[in-house]
Structure formats: C-alpha cells, structure tokens
Design a protein around this ligand. Structure first.
Ligand SMILES: *Cc1c(COP(=O)(O)O)cnc(C)c1O
Length: 360
C-alpha cells in the first residue's frame, strides 16, 4: 500500500525516526518491563533530561505524565485554581478548558475574542482575584498563535498568579521563557509525531505549593493523579499508576533526536515551510489564509479558507496520498487545516503545494 503523507493537525505524521525506535523498543521488550523496575526509572529519567534540555526548563520544574492534554486541563483546575481562573478563549480548545472549569464548579471567567483573532497585550484586564490564567499558545482550531511577549507578560509582577500555557500544537517549536510562566503542557500526537495516549505536563514548584494550599483548605485535588502524589513519585522517577511506558520511552528517544538535530534548526525549517505555505495561499485566487493579522498566524497549523467545498479538495489530495485536515466544526466545509510539524519535510510540503496548484 502506498504511504500517505499526513498533514493533519493531530494525530499527525510520525516522526521520521519513530519506526526505528519502535523496533528497538520491541527488541528490548520495553512493553513488558515492570514500571517499578530500575529500568523504568532510567527511561523516565532519560526522557525527563532530554525534554528538560529541549525546553530549557529551570530546575524547579517537574515533568509529569498523564493520558492526554485534556487530562492536564482537569489536573490544573483541581490543583492550581482557588480564587479565580481566567481563560483567554479564542477557539475550540481554549473554550473547552474554560467549560471544564465550570463543570468542576471552579470560579472561572473568560475573556474571548472572535474565532480567527488573538489577544493584544494591553487589552487583557486581570482582576485582583485571578490566581490562575490559562492561555493557548497555538489554537489548533483556528490557526491563531499568541505572541510569546503577550504570554510572558501575563504575570505582570504578580508572582502568586499562576500562568499555564497550552503548547499542544506548537511544541517543540516554541521558545517559552519558563521563568515567566508556571506550567505548560502538550500531548505527543502533534509536534512530536507519535501515537496518541500520552500527555506531558511541565510544572513548577509554585503549582505544587498551590495544590498543598488548596488541600489544606479541605478541598479535593484528585486521587492518584493529584499533583502532590504525582510529584512525590516523580522525585524517584516513578508514577502512581502503570503508565504508558512505551510512550515515555519513545518520547525520550525522539526528544533526543531533536536535541541532536538542534531545536534552532527545527524551528528554522518550520519557519521556512510556514513562509512557503502562507506565500502560496496569499497569492492563490481560490485560497486565502484564514488568519488576517500576520502577527497571529500560527507557524505550525495553517488554516486556509477555500472557495470550493473543502471536502472536494481533501478528497482530491487524498487520492494522491496527501492528507490534510478539514475546518473545525462550523468551518468544516469552508476551510482546510494543514499541520506544519517537524515530521513533514520541505520536500513533502512542496509536493503538497504542487498538487494543490495542479488541481484548482
Ligand atoms: C489536540 C489539542 C488538545 C487536546 O489534546 P488531547 O491529546 O486530545 O487531549 C488540547 N489543546 C490543543 C491546542 C490541541 O491542539
């Protein structure tokens, strides 16, 4: 069967070295090892160290594993929100996080802007009560990316305020200053080019102290995956439950490959491919990038308005073994979404654009 190239924004194309590491993992019988063994501890530590270097994490950060990024929303709300969670909502993912706050009956407010738009630093008003701010660096539903200066400014000197950043569809191509935030998280089926089923939570000691404070008030922060329990286990490179050992192993290997290649190089390639994609759609009569403000255009998820039904384009591309995503929810038939993750090469991106040129 001919191999397809997946430009879908998650699950996405597998990272080029994934297959080799998977084979190695099977040779080493990784799926059968005990999660209480020293071997597992070494795997966790290895993955931790590679990710720590990749993201340039300060020492006060732990790296914890969950089942998904969605799970981390719940962990954050239960462990890090006491007086008020402010949600910057500009699409489907940031909205869901806000809705989960309401489900958990946490005091939460949202500041929303229309779909396809981002946030301007000076427009964000923050209440005195706000003790947690949730921001989505890259809204996968709309293709909007928030400039890092805006994110880095959210604490505004108020150190007690926790800032958590969704980097699900921008990691690893995001140069966050982790001293200016408290927590960031992603799942591995997007920019890391792995199968779904593993969430990664980068979280600092301030979040841990917050969870302790919330517990001291008699509030419930969770059971096996409450932050204190996860952190305690992390200190010995263990997890409360039987974790996704294979996923943790493969993530460490892929993060190691990314370090060897160099994050700067990966980011430069991402920028080149993104510039090529936007240039093509800006100039094409039948297409138009959805996000108008260049400062808000995502480099990793490119959302494009189509004149003809996007289903038709998706189908035609599919017959050439090129897979792109449809628009999100009500934009399903009016847009296509193209992931520009590290796993897809410049040549593959050129191939996609050549096919689009020929068909419309
Ligand atoms: C995909 C995605 C999520 C959810 O990830 P899961 O792994 O499905 O939990 C959250 N936020 C953003 C921005 C996403 O793109």
């Amino acid at each position: 069967m001919a191999k397809k190239i997946y430009f879908t924004p998650g699950p996405a194309a597998l990272y080029p070295t994934f297959e080799q590491h998977l084979k190695q993992a099977l040779d080493e019988q990784i799926p059968s090892i005990s999660h209480r063994s020293n071997h597992f501890r070494e795997i966790y530590q290895d993955t931790f160290e590679n990710l720590k270097h990749l993201f340039d994490l300060p020492n006060e950060y732990a790296i914890l594993f969950t089942s998904s990024a969605t799970e981390i929303w719940e962990r954050l709300l239960m462990n890090c929100v006491d007086s008020e969670s402010l949600h910057l909502v500009n699409g489907a993912f940031s909205k869901k996080f806000y809705e989960y706050a309401l489900d958990l009956k946490k005091p939460a407010i949202k500041y929303d802007v229309p779909f396809g738009e981002g946030f301007h630093k000076n427009d964000i008003e923050i209440n005195y009560k706000t003790d947690h701010i949730a921001v989505t660096h890259n809204e996968t539903s709309s293709g909007v990316s928030i400039p890092l200066e805006t994110i880095h400014d959210l604490k505004k000197g108020r150190n007690n305020r926790l800032v958590s950043v969704d980097i699900v569809s921008s990691a690893p191509c995001v140069s966050l200053d982790f001293t200016k935030i408290d927590s960031a998280y992603f799942s591995v089926q997007k920019g890391f080019g792995m199968p779904a089923g593993l969430g990664v939570w980068l979280v600092n000691e301030k979040c841990l102290l917050k969870a302790e404070m919330i517990e001291s008030k008699g509030m419930v922060t969770g059971t096996y995956h409450r932050l204190r329990e996860m952190w305690k286990k992390f200190e010995e490179f263990q997890t409360p439950e039987t974790p996704n050992v294979l996923g943790i192993y493969l993530l460490g290997k892929i993060a190691g490959d990314m370090l060897k290649k160099g994050l700067e190089k990966i980011q430069k390639e991402t920028e080149e491919k993104a510039a090529m994609l936007y240039r093509f759609f800006d100039q094409h009569a039948q297409f138009e990038p959805f996000v108008k403000n260049p400062a808000f255009r995502s480099k990793t998820v490119i959302v494009v308005n189509t004149q003809v039904s996007s289903g038709e384009i998706i189908q035609k591309l599919n017959s050439k073994n090129l897979v792109v995503g449809s628009g999100y929810q009500e934009y399903k038939s009016k847009q296509i979404r193209i992931a520009n993750f590290p796993a897809t090469s410049l040549e593959e991106t050129e191939c996609l654009l050549k096919s689009l040129k020929e068909m419309v």
